[in-house]
Design a protein around this ligand. Structure first.
Ligand code: FAD
Length: 509
């Protein structure tokens, strides 16, 4: 996908473009990061035992995805002494994740002070990076993080930690190869056809265990007349046109605003719900307790939290909604379930379930993503062996939810489980470190707030698994270890002379 032209910094309050020269510098901050690493004795020395296959050293892990989660996973693993790893991303450098492609909001939803991928390092926070360049006063004045600036921060994060992302390399398929996994690679910069690895982390993003959701009502409407928000949309071509946006979430209002700002004649949101969702329930209950406790809750409780969050829906951010409704020609129509869409003389005719009919020139589907492991080409051939929530848990009728039933039911270490024991044992080496993990493990593998907790958890679980698998060799290492700590000249043995022994006296009761 081609990058969406970012608005220029300084425009529309996207960034304070006046850097504060007294505020210190990135160079000093980078030195601080390096010093913190040194003080904390990180990254740890490699402790993972080498494995070989076909005469070649096997990688300990490959991380698919060089977005925020992939980068942080790399940092957490290397800090933990798992150093024989690689990280791939199919995007061009600087275009990882949604930020510079299809994310169209001015600012992030997340509050600016969240520590995101900082992994416990103050010097790695967005705040440290920002104040090093613009100063404390600018930080105080900053409301939300401008979207392109967040990408700049992630680029800096990659640079300061020297994360060796291999861009323009796509992991096409993950297949078993004996006790290992073979990752088949494609892409302009792929230098090998395949990699052999012990573990694979799918840090593949918001649609990382699924795909954009295209509702059935789209039918065979020609591609020239619709797009999903995750696609490259030529907004210039919408000038003077009528546009319908399906949905009312964050992407809906941002795409509606974008269309209006590019001169669309009218933009109409068609919204199935009768009322606008206004309360962000998941954000409201975010806490260390939720992060730490969710994965251990019984199925019925995990389902209940997730189902309620789905049912109440995350509202669009206030700023994005205002950005859309600032335009007089942006309209919100509630209670409009779509029955059908058809092309008629270059117009799209939309019929709603309640009998309304609307003509438009272009439809933007802000219908989000579907979690559906079966749709992932990386898992092609055995994705149907992955255990899903629907296989494990039947909720009461009042809490049924088809979308949630499609989420993978993960082990506590982020790995997939087999639907039928013995049918695909290699699944326990594939780690689902993306949105797909949320039904099983909570919000620790996607959004900014819980991501450092998630990465630390992932690294710990992976270390445990790599160690456990080689336990006999590690034990042998203990037996073989022969480097003395004492060399024998630190003490002199002496005999106990009888006279030196004090007579035994009883100490009172
Ligand atoms: C429009 C939009 C706005 C958002 N705003 C916010 C926000 O304000 N706050 C927040 O906390 N979250 C937000 N999110 C959620 C957001 O996706 C995450 O916070 C963040 O991008 C997660 O990072 P990630 O690394 O998991 O995924 P991504 O950043 O999406 O990175 C995944 C990477 O995997 C790569 N990849 C996928 N498959 C392969 C493959 N087979 N081979 C090689 N590479 C592959 C992709 O190229 C991509 O670069 C937003 C999401 C969207 C879509």
């Amino acid at each position: 996908m081609e990058p969406v032209a970012p608005r220029k910094f300084g425009e529309k309050g996207l960034q304070s473009d006046k850097r504060d020269s007294d505020a210190g510098s990135l160079a000093r901050l980078e030195a601080r990061v390096r010093r913190d690493q040194e003080y904390l004795c990180r990254p740890s020395e490699n402790w993972v035992l080498p494995h070989h296959h076909g005469g070649q050293r096997v990688l300990d892990a490959v991380i698919i995805g060089g977005g925020m989660c992939g980068q942080l996973a790399w940092f957490a693993l290397t800090n933990g002494g798992m150093r024989n790893i690689r990280i791939l991303d199919r995007s061009r450098e600087g275009l990882e994740g949604p930020w510079m492609t299809y994310a169209r909001m001015d600012t992030l939803r997340s509050p600016k002070q969240l520590t995101g991928p900082a992994y416990g390092y103050g010097a790695l926070t967005f705040r440290a990076w920002y104040t090093a360049q613009f100063g404390d006063a600018a930080w105080e004045a900053l409301d939300k993080i401008p979207r392109p600036m967040w990408m700049d921060y992630l680029k800096w994060y990659r640079e300061v930690l020297a994360i060796p992302i291999e861009n323009e390399v796509e992991a096409k398929r993950i297949v078993p190869e004996g006790d290992y996994l073979r990752l088949e690679l494609v892409g302009p910069r792929a230098t090998e056809a395949a990699l052999i690895t012990r573990k694979c982390i799918m840090a593949t993003g918001r649609e990382g265990t699924g795909h954009p959701h295209i509702p059935d009502f789209v039918g065979d409407l020609p591609r020239s007349h619709w797009a999903h928000t995750s696609e490259d949309i030529d907004f210039d071509s919408l000038e003077g046109k009528r546009v319908v946006v399906i949905g009312a979430g964050a992407s809906a209002v941002e795409n509606a605003a974008e269309a209006a700002e590019h001169g669309a004649r009218e933009v109409r949101h068609l919204i199935r719900r009768r009322e606008m969702p206004t309360i962000n329930k998941m954000m409201g209950i975010g806490s260390f307790g939720f992060t730490a406790g969710f994965a251990d809750l019984p199925d019925e409780w995990r389902w209940r939290f997730m189902q309620y969050s789905f049912a109440t829906q995350t509202p669009a951010p206030r700023g994005s909604t205002l950005r859309a409704s600032r335009h007089d020609n942006v309209h919100f129509h509630f209670g409009k379930s779509i029955a059908s869409m058809q092309l008629c003389a270059d117009e799209v005719l939309i019929d709603t379930v309640d009998g309304a009919r609307l003509a438009t020139d272009y439809v933007i589907l802000a219908t989000g993503f579907t979690t559906d492991p079966l749709a992932r080409t990386e898992l092609a051939g055995y994705a149907d062996q992955i255990e899903l929530w629907g296989d494990r848990y039947t909720p009461p009728a009042s809490e049924s939810n088809e979308a949630l039933a499609n989420f993978p039911y993960l082990n506590r270490d982020f790995t997939f489980r087999e639907r039928t024991p013995g049918s695909a044992p290699w699944l326990k080496h594939i780690y689902c470190f993306n949105y797909g993990a949320s039904a099983s493990l909570g919000k620790v593998s996607g959004d900014i707030p819980g991501i450092s907790e998630g990465a630390s958890w992932l690294a710990r679980e992976m270390a445990a698994s790599l160690y456990r698998e080689d336990v006999a060799a590690h034990f042998q290492g203990m037996i073989d270890y022969s480097k003395p700590e004492l060399t024998g000249d630190e003490w002199t043995p002496s005999e106990i002379e009888p006279a030196a022994v004090a007579p035994f006296t009883e100490v009172g009761d």
